[in-house]
Design a protein around this ligand. Structure first.
Ligand code: BGC
Length: 336
């Protein structure tokens, strides 16, 4: 009898220890991420809360429009300014806490996306200690958040990373995260700007199933990025997207790489960024946006459009109005 009681107790303890991992199926987690939007990357509130354009009400508007999550574009190096001991500024964490609290209070899941790729990519090796310090601090700070908060290790690692150095880089960050957040869902994408063609080189650890793989989608680049001052497309204008046979075929080829990789590796997929710049014509932007979004959903991928405000914008801050054609292309209005 005594033996039975001990066995039952041991069994209960084992189950309790495994519960956080068992409770969450990563495919279900990805399904509840659903539809999302990138926010806050370039808002002045990181420098001074009073000058911030993004307010409490915007979380509510995002939820009411039908989104399920926000991907918060964090710059821990730029805005957290880690000191020699890896401590980040209190103001950074205050703003971060406000954003996470607001998102959760409005029923939105949250992705904390480490978006300092521009600071890191020119010198991945040199920046690695600071990058890992930031993850130690962030992971510790957020360890008691619910499982509706996810971490994304690094946005769009640029080609200065080799395949090996990128795999090694995120593994080091993941090991740090797992020390304080053993059951947190983590998002990881391939090198070369999280490009679809690079997925095959992303070697995720077989024994960690609580990972969602991410890619970004901006093809055809001369269309989505026409007129962007920061790319080689800056002088290009007037590129349309009408959904020709050739355009659709190219897209299908891109997506089939993702479908194949996901089924071979048995990982859920998150399209963490996609969008079109304002210089493209609106009918083409709407067509492209509606088409890619429905494709993502058909394949069971969650998505986060680029982005709420600034450029590629979904919401016009000066007038406080949605860019309705783009919003409706992302989230079609229900027919009565
Ligand atoms: C970059 C942004 C850029 C966007 C589209 C993002 O990953 O951080 O600066 O506007 O991609 O090119």
């Amino acid at each position: 009898m005594k033996k039975l009681a001990v066995a039952a107790l041991v069994g209960a303890l084992v189950l309790a220890a495994a519960w956080p991992l068992m409770a969450l199926d990563v495919f279900q987690q990805n399904a509840r991420l659903g539809r999302g939007v990138n926010i806050l990357g370039w808002d002045a509130l990181w420098q001074d809360r009073a000058r911030g354009k993004f307010k409490d009400v915007h979380f509510q508007l995002i939820r009411e429009a039908g989104f399920n999550h926000v991907r918060i574009n964090l710059h821990p190096l730029r805005d957290g300014q880690p000191d020699a001991h890896g401590k980040l500024r209190d103001e950074f964490f205050n703003t971060l806490d406000w954003a996470v609290d607001q998102a959760l209070a409005n029923g939105l899941l949250v992705i904390l996306d480490f978006h300092d790729d521009l600071a890191i990519s020119p010198d991945p090796a040199g920046k690695k200690p600071a990058f890992l310090d930031c993850w130690t601090a962030l992971a510790e700070h957020c360890q008691n958040r619910p499982d509706t908060v996810l971490f994304e290790i690094l946005n769009e690692p640029a080609p200065q990373f080799t395949q090996e150095s990128w795999n090694e880089y995120w593994r080091a960050a993941l090991a740090i995260i797992r020390q304080t957040n053993p059951s947190r869902t983590v998002i990881i994408g391939p090198a070369k700007w999280n490009g679809v063609g690079e997925l095959g080189n992303l070697k995720l650890p077989a024994d960690d199933r609580n990972i969602i793989a991410t890619v970004h989608y901006y093809n055809p680049f001369p269309f989505t990025h026409q007129g962007t001052p920061w790319t080689a497309q800056k002088d290009k204008l007037g590129v349309t997207w009408t959904g020709t046979e050739g355009e659709l075929k190219a897209m299908e080829q891109d997506f089939s790489q993702v479908v194949n990789w996901a089924s071979q590796n048995h990982r859920p997929i998150y399209i963490g960024e996609f969008g079109t710049y304002e210089k493209a014509d609106m009918p083409s932007r709407v067509r492209w946006t509606a088409f890619v979004t429905r494709q993502f959903e058909k394949h069971g991928w969650s998505w986060g459009c680029w982005q709420f405000a600034n450029d590629f914008a979904l919401f016009d801050m000066p007038t406080q109005k949605w860019v309705e054609p783009i919003r409706d292309a992302l989230i079609p209005k229900k027919k009565d």
